[in-house]
Design a protein around this ligand. Structure first.
Ligand SMILES: [Zn+2]
Length: 136
């Protein structure tokens, strides 16, 4: 049953698998380890935890198994925390300020920057009408 929140809006969740709208009190929930998740995005969760929402036990099980297969990479978590701190306190901080804002050590920040540099998605050059990449 979908119930209204104090402002009269229906409280619903989205299934993380199929996108089906589920009433908040009928959602299937779990928490898993995920090095791409920070507490900032997860509300009450700790860094490295992700709340999963599903429409059924089957979809929840699918999600849990998918996250169990995903490696937990500390450098990924540190990079996410570094970016959170820059968004919240930046955009321009010294390394000392960034360490204080993120709660990371200078060594963890070094690993985070290296990980971020190697894993961020670089923009690709738009293709021309003949399908050739302008950068090539
Ligand atoms: Zn679903």
């Amino acid at each position: 049953m979908i119930r209204p929140d104090p402002d009269g809006r229906d409280v619903v969740e989205l299934c993380d698998v199929c996108g089906l709208l589920v009433a908040e009190d009928e959602a299937y929930l779990s928490v898993v380890a995920d090095s791409s998740a920070t507490a900032t995005e997860g509300g009450e969760l700790m860094d490295g935890e992700r709340l999963l929402t599903a429409c059924s036990w089957e979809h929840l099980e699918y999600l849990v198994l998918a996250y169990e297969q995903r490696p937990f990479v500390w450098e990924e978590l540190w990079a996410a925390k570094m970016l959170d701190a820059l968004r919240q306190y930046g955009p321009r901080l010294t390394t000392v300020q960034l360490a204080a804002a993120s709660g990371l050590t200078p060594a963890q920040l070094d690993h985070a920057r290296t990980w971020h540099t190697h894993h961020r998605l670089l923009p690709t050059a738009p293709e021309q009408e003949d399908g050739q990449n302008r950068a090539s």
